[in-house]
Design a protein around this ligand. Structure first.
Ligand code: IPE
Ligand code: IPE
Ligand code: MG
Length: 237
C-alpha cells in the first residue's frame, strides 16, 4: 500500500460473485463460498496490517434465505467453522468481531458460534469487524424504530432526542458512518446493505469476483477512493 494514501475509516464490503467464481471453474457454488471465506481471511490480515479501523462485511442478507436449502445449509455450516475452528486468523488480525442482523431464523449453532467469536475477540485492539449476517438494511431501520418507540413509551427518551446522530447510534451496532463501500463481481447495486450508514459513502464496483479480491485489488480500491472528491453537500474550495 502506498504510504501517501488515506485509508477510509469505515469500509463496507459486499462479498459477491462466489457462485460465478465457482461456475467459471466448473465447480459447484459451495466451492466458491469456501474460496470466498479463505480469501476473506487473507484480506482481513492485510486490512489489519495497513491499519483499517472499521470493516463491515456483508456475508448473508435477510433475502439470501430464498436460496436452495442445500446452499443455505452449506453457508450456515461455513459460518460456524469461520467463527469457531477457523477463527485463528481473525484473532491473529487482532480484530474485534461484532454482528449486525436479525437472529431469527438463524440456526442455534450459528448463533452460538457468533457469541463465541464475539466473546473471544472482545479484548482485541485491532480493526472492528462487523459481520452482517441475516442482515437487511430495511430491517435494521425497522428494528431500530421499534427499539426507540419502546424507549419513548417507557419515558426513557423524548421526541427531541431523536436526531440523525441518535438513530445512527441506535442501529444494530454503534459504528461510524460508512466512508467507502466495495461490491465485488461487477453488480452495481447495494442489495439492502447498510442503507442508513451509507448516506455519504463512496461506492466502488470492481469486476473481480470476491474469491479473487485480494490485497492487490484492495490497494487499487484504496487508490480509487483517494481520487474521489468528497463534498458532503458543500462546495470545494
Ligand atoms: C456472495 O456470492 C455470497 C453470498 C451472497 C452469501 P454469491 O453466492 O451471491 O455469488 P453469485 O453472485 O451467485 O456469483
Ligand atoms: C448481496 O449479494 C448479499 C451479500 C453479499 C451477502 P446477493 O448476491 O444476494 O445480491 P443480489 O441478489 O444479486 O442483489
Ligand atoms: Mg450474488
Amino acid at each position: 500500500m502506498r504510504k501517501d494514501l488515506v485509508i477510509p475509516n469505515h469500509i463496507g464490503i459486499i462479498m459477491d460473485g462466489n457462485g460465478r467464481w465457482a461456475k467459471q471453474r466448473g465447480q459447484i457454488r459451495s466451492m466458491g463460498h469456501r474460496a470466498g471465506v479463505d480469501n476473506f481471511k487473507k484480506l482481513m490480515k492485510y486490512m489489519s496490517e495497513v491499519g483499517v479501523k472499521f470493516v463491515s462485511m456483508y456475508i448473508f442478507s435477510t433475502e439470501n434465505f430464498k436460496r436452495d436449502k442445500k446452499e443455505v445449509d452449506f453457508l450456515m455450516d461455513l459460518f460456524v467453522k469461520m467463527f469457531t475452528d477457523e477463527f485463528d486468523e481473525i484473532m491473529k488480525a487482532n480484530a474485534r468481531v461484532v454482528f449486525s442482523g436479525r437472529k431469527e431464523p438463524l440456526p442455534a449453532k450459528v448463533l452460538e458460534a457468533m457469541k463465541k467469536a464475539e466473546e473471544s475477540s472482545k479484548n482485541n485492539t485491532g480493526p472492528v469487524l462487523n459481520f452482517c449476517i441475516n442482515y437487511g438494511g430495511q430491517w435494521e431501520i425497522v428494528d431500530t424504530t421499534r427499539k426507540l418507540c419502546e424507549k419513548y413509551k417507557n419515558g426513557e427518551i423524548s421526541l427531541n432526542d431523536i436526531t440523525p446522530e441518535f438513530i445512527q447510534k441506535n442501529l444494530y451496532q454503534d459504528l461510524p458512518p460508512l466512508d467507502f463501500v466495495i461490491r465485488t463481481s461487477g453488480e452495481q447495486r447495494i442489495s439492502n446493505f447498510m442503507l442508513y450508514q451509507s448516506s455519504y459513502a463512496e461506492y466502488y464496483f470492481p469486476e473481480t469476483y470476491f474469491p479473487d479480491f485480494g490485497p492487490e485489488e484492495f490497494d487499487k480500491a484504496i487508490e480509487e477512493y483517494n481520487n474521489r472528491d468528497r463534498r458532503f453537500g458543500g462546495i470545494k474550495k
